[in-house]
Design a protein around this ligand. Sequence first.
Ligand SMILES: C[S@@+](CC[C@H](N)C(=O)[O-])C[C@H]1O[C@@H](n2cnc3c(N)ncnc32)[C@H](O)[C@@H]1O
Length: 440
Amino acid sequence: MLDGPRLTAYDVLDAVSSREAFANLLLPQLLRERKLDERDAAFTTQLAYGALRAQGTLDAILTGLVSRPLAELDPRVLDLLRLGAYQVVDLRVPAHAAVDTTVDLTRAIVGPGAAGLVNAVLRKVAAGGDRAAWLAALGAEGDERLALATDHPRWIVEAWRDALDGEDELEPALLADDAAPEVHLVARRMGRADLLTESGGEPGPWSPYAVRLRGGDPGRLASVRSGRAAVQDEGSQLAALLLTRAPLEGTDTAWLDMCAGPGGKSGLLAATRPDGVRLTAADRAPHRADLVRQALRDERDVEVLAADGTQPPWQPGSFDRVLLDAPCTGLGALRRRPEVRWRRTAEDVAPLAELQTALLDSALRSVRVGGVVAYVTCSPHSAETTDVVEAAARRDDVEVLPVAPLFPEVPDMARGEHGQLWPHRHGTDAMFMALLRRTS
Ligand SMILES: C[S@@+](CC[C@H](N)C(=O)[O-])C[C@H]1O[C@@H](n2cnc3c(N)ncnc32)[C@H](O)[C@@H]1O
C-alpha cells in the first residue's frame, strides 16, 4: 500500500515538472477524485505546495549529495528526492518515516535501482539536520542566504527589495510570501453575514465583501458553487473597488474591464456597480472570455468580448471608467501559485512591460476626457508598476490621482501616489494599483 498523501503530492510535483501543470488547479482536483479525508488532504497540500516552494533550497542541498548534475537525473527521481528531503528538512518528519515512504514510492514508480539511490541520498539529507543546519552548512551569505531561507530565486529577492525601497521589511515580506495563505472569499451576490455563517470564516479586515478561511475546500460551499460567492484574494477585491471609488465628474454609465479573464474583478464590479452602469468585459483569449461569461451569467447589462485590448473594437473615449488589470509576471501572487517562482525568469519582465505600456496607452484612449483608468498588477516589480505608470503620466493629457486616500481603512498602502499591498502588512497578495485621469 503506497501512502495516499505522499503519492498524490508526488503526482502534483511530477505534473508540474513534466507538463507545466499549475499546482493550484491540479491539487484540488486530485484531492476530490481520490476522496482523501480532511486531515490527509491538508497533509497532501502541505507536502505538495511546500516541496514546490522550497525547490531552490532542496536542490541546493541535493546538489552536494548526488554525483551527477541534478538536471541529468531521471526527473521522477529528482521529484521524489525533493519530496523526501522536504519532509526531513522542513517538516521534521522522523527520518525513518520520510525515507522509507519515499523509497517505497520510488520502487513502485521508477524501480529498485532508483530506490537504492533515493535511500542513500535521503539518509545523508537526514544526517545533515533541519533547514537551519543545512543553511549553515551551505555557507550562503547575503542575498543567497535570503533566497535560500525564504524560498525565492535571487532575482525576485532583488525585485522585492527595489519595490519595498529598502532592507528593513524585505525578509519579513519574503517570509510572508513563503507561508501558506488563507483562503479568501468574496460575497458577490449575497450579504457577507450570510457567507460568514455558511463558511465559518472571519471577516476580511479591508474589503467589506471579504471572508477569510483558515483552510478547507471552498468548492464545498453552496454559495461558491452557485456563483453568489467566489474565491478571490482580498487584495484583488480592493483593486476592483479602486475603480468604483475613483472620483469622477459628469456621466458615469459605461465601465470597461479590459483584461477581464477569468472574471474575478468583473464579477465584483458587476455586483457592486450603481444602477444604470453597463459593464463591458474583454479578454484577448477566447477561452478566458468564456470564463468571464460564466462568471457574469446572472448579471444583466453586461457585454463580454473576446478582444485584444491593444487593438480594441470599441470607439476611443467610449468609457467613463476603465480597469486595466494587466497581464504580469504574477510575482505578487506567488504564495498562491507555489511553482511559479521557479518557472518565471527575469527575462519575462521586459516583454510584459512592453505589453502593459501598450495596454495602458489603449486604456487611456478608451476612456473619455475626465474619465479614470485604474492600472493594476499582481506584481510589485517596478518595471511592471511604477515605471509603466510614470511613463504614461508624462503624457500631457493625463494626471495621476492618489490611491491611498480612497482606502482610509487600509494602513501603510501608499507607494508614492500609488497603492501597494503586501502579504506581511495586509495579509493579501502584493497587488499594485494606480489611478490616472484623462484631462484633455
Ligand atoms: C491578470 S489577468 C486578469 C485577471 C482578471 N482581471 C480577474 O480578476 O479575474 C490578465 C488577463 O489579460 C489577458 N490579456 C493578455 N493580453 C491581452 C490583450 N492584449 N488584450 C486583452 N487581454 C489580454 C489574459 O488573457 C489574462 O486573462
